[in-house]
Design a protein around this ligand. Structure first.
Ligand code: HPA
Length: 268
């Protein structure tokens, strides 16, 4: 971690105030950063490689609306075989570099029938079903407390800002609870009925550990899911990763516009 931070500090023009993590098929935003300095994950000591299809594997530093930001285009997932420590490596490194707010995007299956394919949804809360927690093990007191509160994990003020930006752009932004599973198999229809019964509106394979690690550090979080498909068993069709990427590509412009409006407004 120290090596990665020193490597980045020696190269970046300014400490990022906000970090943005881009999910499957949602990497286009990275190209909109002004004066972007792009660094491949493989060049940063200890940074986990992103092997998932649809993930670029680069870190971009620059400004947006004058605010210094960092963009992680591609993330590490448990299903790739990464440890929890590696899954949250980027969040911790960017938090250590100075990011006080973070925006997470992901592709998710829609469980709530009010959503449609391509809907963007603000995550209001999560259910951790990954069977692990990135904070397990000795606590690093320099990062945060042993038992961090998670009652406002998804910042209500940030959600209000996102909704306001959505209204200006004509983008409806419902809220929902995200269930994080490990994958990589998609869920069975029975699992989706179970997830609906326990209060989940969305299902995906990321974000939850990152938000836990970010909140541990006191970083405020906004998370936006792109409903790339309706969850298993809802429609009489199979779920396929290609469709996930295609839906991501279809909403690319809307998501880029939304992030462009919201990210500079997130400052403290
Ligand atoms: N389930 C889990 N993760 C996902 C899905 C899904 O249906 N779609 C995109 N990511």
């Amino acid at each position: 971690m120290i090596e990665a931070i020193e490597y980045l500090r020696a190269r970046i023009p300014a400490a990022p105030r906000t970090a943005v993590v881009l999910g499957s098929g949602l990497g286009a935003f990275a190209d909109t950063v002004d004066g972007g300095l792009s660094i491949a994950y493989q060049d940063i000591p200890g940074w986990p490689r992103s092997t998932a299809v649809g993930h670029a594997g680069k870190l971009v530093f620059g400004t947006l609306g004058g605010v210094p930001i960092a963009v992680m285009s591609g993330r590490a997932h448990l299903y790739e075989g990464h440890s929890m420590e590696k899954v949250v490596f980027g969040v911790r490194a960017l938090g250590r570099l100075g990011a006080r707010s973070m925006v997470f995007t992901n592709a998710a299956g829609g469980i709530n029938l009010a959503y449609g394919q391509g809907s963007l949804v603000l995550i209001s809360d999560h259910i951790n079903l990954q069977g692990a927690n990135p904070l397990a093990g000795p606590n690093d007191d320099s990062l945060g407390p042993r038992f961090p509160d998670m009652s406002d994990a998804y910042d209500a003020g940030f959600r209000a800002l996102a909704k306001e930006a959505g209204r200006r752009l004509g983008v409806e932004l419902p809220e929902g609870v995200y269930a994080g599973l490990t994958g990589p198999s998609y869920e069975t229809p029975a699992e989706i009925r179970y997830l609906r019964a326990i209060g989940a509106d969305l299902v995906g394979m990321s974000t939850v550990p990152e938000v836990i690690a970010a909140r541990h550090m006191g970083v405020r979080c906004l998370a936006i899911s792109c409903v790339t498909n309706m969850a298993a068993g809802i429609l009489p069709q199979k779920i396929d990763h290609q469709e996930v990427l295609e839906t991501g590509a279809r909403v690319r412009g809307t998501l880029v516009a939304l992030l462009g409006a919201v990210v500079p407004a997130l400052e403290d």
